[in-house]
Design a protein around this ligand. Structure first.
Ligand code: GCO
Length: 464
């Protein structure tokens, strides 16, 4: 067992001795959200239902059976939310488009009102001097497409390409940074495990849905290149929870590798290294879950992107003896250490490790953004005085600053999240915001971390 877990820089004190604490002038500071988690207005102005509307409205699927219908009503309050960001001083705002707000049935006729909403949002951001960073897909597939097989239907790659081409054209010259997908592992949770929308628990379907996500990504990048907007860049966002074997026992090492394969190497290998690795191909073939890979798929998937988005929250320490496949649900038997009050291991070096991994193992020397990092408040904590969040974010920023100083091309950092929001199956039970949302009135109130982050952004340095 790992008796003395590595806890990264003891933050903040010791890091000041020699650790870099400032960021280049052009380093992008931002906040991140996603459509389903904040917008609400689930059936307004022509929007079609998404799989998360259906799933969250189905009894027994989400926390306290409260659906995401209203979320935090950003659809009607986006001006207030942008005013908060203007006050915060962020350079950029990462958000996602609701596909079924734009194409109510996923394909076919566009819903002008849906596009108009995003035009109002983008215009307001530009007016506030905040650069939009737009994700095409953050888990809310149009329900009408799920009815046709969803991500398990290979046609989804073309549906996604058509949707992408439409919005690229619509927002050309207005949106300088795009991402195709956010965390395609969600397709495993939704099709392989059943814990997320659309709620299928079929491992073969799950792996197929993951492969189709990669294919859709590649098709969208090709549509973007065909559009040829030289002022904009496109990337993809993968979440990295690196596995650390608790000991160097081969059993622990094997589990760490297998879990990395299942969670992020399944994506990074075809995106950056030419295809699924042998371990994955051999095991999934043996298990009967290997997706069908058609000729040409790997070329499409490997279509070059401009940047990589990495979502990093922590690491996972794995041990064969105490293996917990649902490690995120409990800290029991988790051999790591240094837990936050909310149960997450505080391991800020995980950002630095992820940056190094893509560079050293995948040869990625091009731009990287940390597209998400943040933490949920503990149940018992004072919701406004979120000192632990400050401690957490500061720890990560210290390690990111170090990576930058050492020469990694890390261009920016997006804090998850601007405001408390609808945390998927956990509903409103997990609060990630630097702005508090009153559950009854939806009133927005900045937390202590908001003021702290504002100071960091304005100084482009940490206060240590
Ligand atoms: C994810 C998603 C976000 C989450 C955030 C907190 O990483 O799961 O991109 O939608 O809300 O990460 O869990």
């Amino acid at each position: 067992m790992n008796e003395t877990p590595q806890i990264g820089l003891p933050s903040p004190g010791a890091a000041s001795a020699g650790a870099p604490t400032s960021f280049p002038e052009h380093f992008v500071f931002g906040t991140a959200t996603s459509a389903f988690q904040i917008e609400g207005a689930w059936n307004e102005d022509g929007k079609g239902p998404s799989i998360w509307d259906t799933f969250s409205q189905t009894p027994g699927k989400v926390h306290q059976d409260i659906p995401g219908n209203i979320a935090v009503d950003h659809y009607h309050r986006f001006r207030e939310d942008i005013a908060l960001m203007r006050d915060l001083g962020v350079d950029s705002y990462r958000f996602s488009l609701s596909w079924s707000r734009i194409f109510p049935t996923g394909t076919g006729t566009v819903n002008r009102s849906g596009l108009d909403f995003y035009h109002r949002l983008v215009d307001e951001l530009l007016e506030a001097g905040i650069s939009p960073n737009v994700t095409l897909y953050h888990w809310d597939l149009p329900q009408a497409l799920e009815d046709r097989g969803g991500w398990a239907n290979r046609d989804v790659a073309q549906w996604f390409r058509d949707y992408a081409a439409c919005v690229f054209e619509e927002f050309a010259g207005l949106v300088p940074r795009w991402a195709t997908l956010n965390e395609p592992i969600a397709n495993w949770v939704g099709y392989g495990m059943g814990n997320f929308a659309p709620g299928h628990a079929d491992p073969r379907l799950g792996k197929t849905a993951m492969h189709h996500a990669l294919l859709a990504h590649g098709e969208a990048v090709r549509a973007f290149r065909a559009q040829n907007d030289p002022t904009a860049e496109i990337g993809v966002v993968v979440d990295i929870w690196k596995r650390h074997p608790a000991t160097d026992d081969p059993a622990d090492v094997a589990i760490a590798l297998r879990d990395e394969d299942d969670s992020f190497r399944f994506f990074l290998d075809p995106l950056l290294a030419g295809g699924y690795n042998e371990r994955i191909t051999e095991r999934l073939t043996r298990e009967g879950t290997m997706p069908e890979v058609h000729d040409g798929d790997l070329d499409v998937i490997a279509t070059p992107v401009d940047y990589l988005g990495l979502n990093v929250y922590s690491r996972v320490v794995v041990s064969a003896e105490h293996y917990n496949p649902h490690w995120w649900e409990t800290t029991d038997n988790h051999p790591g250490g240094n837990f936050l009050d909310n149960g997450l291991e505080f391991y800020p070096k995980s950002a630095y490790d992820a940056i190094h991994m893509v560079r050293d193992e995948y040869g990625w020397h091009r731009p990287v953004y940390i597209t998400e990092n943040g933490m949920a408040d503990a149940d018992s904590a004072d919701p406004f005085d979120d000192q632990e969040r400050i401690h957490y974010v500061r720890g990560f920023l210290e390690w990111i600053a170090r990576a930058v100083e050492e020469g990694a091309d890390v261009r920016g950092y997006y804090l998850w999240s601007l405001m408390d929001n609808y945390e998927w199956a956990a509903g409103f039970s997990k609060r990630y915001g630097i702005v508090h949302i009153d559950p009854d009135t939806l009133k927005r109130t900045p937390k202590a971390s908001f003021g702290w982050y504002r100071d960091v952004i304005s100084r482009r340095a940490l206060d240590i």
